[in-house]
Ligand binder design. Structure first.
Ligand code: DGL
Length: 274
């Protein structure tokens, strides 16, 4: 086995949302080590400019590379929309985002050719989902809706709450009226309110969580490059390591509520140094 097979995978997000992607990687490729970085000091990315999100993403990639990661997953739709192209050009290890996998799944799932995308203002404004979906099938129509209040509601833990219900109804009504049959959860926080969204959209609408396909494509990529870790990490190996730019304790509590593997430690990093 090449030494690189045992190297970790770098996963990053603007904060806690990317944990929904990390969780799926842990489930589908359980032998892999993960270094997760959540930019909790600078979240949200969804209301920032392309230049700012790209600068933040470059710093995080440099930080993750200090661990000799074998690949990087941009587990944030906003960073995937704004920065992935630049990062791919500048980095010599494979980097994958969450937008392309989500677009691919939605095109496979839709029957009436009407796909809704809910995401941050940045992701919707970038029209990135439309671009990838239309590359795959130009007969599909895409309806984007920015839902900026969902991220703070999720971060406040209001996953099942009348307030979240009310706001979700306001955001989603126009997509229901258009009769979409597929809805992409185009922000990594949204899978955490999946049951609320599913109930409001009704059972005729399929919800697409890009995390599943991202983890599947990651596995395929590692396999193709011959760097899949075939063996489980040694006992005592710190398989999952978490880093944040602020609020390590709060992050740890949040992470433990959504990831079943105990998150032993979360360290704070001065990301501006990278
Ligand atoms: N993680 C971000 C995304 O998937 C949402 C949170 C933010 O605005 O930073 O777009």
């Amino acid at each position: 086995m090449k030494r690189e097979n045992g190297a970790p995978i770098g996963v990053f997000d603007s904060g806690v949302g990317g944990l929904t992607v990390a969780r799926e990687i842990m489930r589908q490729i359980p032998n892999e080590k993960i270094i997760y970085f959540g930019d909790t000091a600078r979240v949200p990315y969804g209301s920032k400019s392309k230049e700012t999100v790209t600068r933040f993403s470059r710093q995080i990639v440099r930080f993750l590379q200090s661990f000799q990661v074998k690949t990087i997953v941009v587990a944030c739709n906003t960073a995937s929309a704004y920065a992935l192209d630049e990062l791919e050009k500048e980095t010599d290890i494979p980097i994958i985002g969450v937008v392309k996998p989500g677009a691919k799944t939605a095109v496979q799932v839709t029957r009436n050719g009407k796909i809704g995308v809910i995401a941050t203002e940045a992701t919707i404004g970038s029209r990135i989902y439309s671009k990838y979906i239309q590359e795959l099938n130009e007969n599909v129509t895409i309806y984007g809706k920015a839902c900026p209040l969902f991220v703070p509601l999720v971060e406040e833990g209001l996953w099942q709450d009348p307030v979240t219900d009310e706001i979700a109804k306001r955001y989603l009504t126009e997509l229901i009226d258009i009769d979409i049959d597929t809805l992409i959860l185009g922000c990594t926080h949204y899978p955490l309110i999946r049951s609320t969204l599913g109930r409001i959209m009704g059972e005729k609408v399929t919800l697409v969580n890009p995390a599943y396909e991202t983890a599947r494509e990651l596995r395929e990529l590692l396999d193709k490059k011959g760097i899949l870790n075939e063996e489980p990490p040694e006992l005592g190996d710190n398989q999952y390591q978490f880093y944040v730019s602020d609020g390590a304790e709060k992050f740890k509590q949040f992470a433990n509520s959504i990831i079943k593997y105990g998150i032993l430690s979360t360290k704070t990093v001065n990301i501006e140094q990278y």
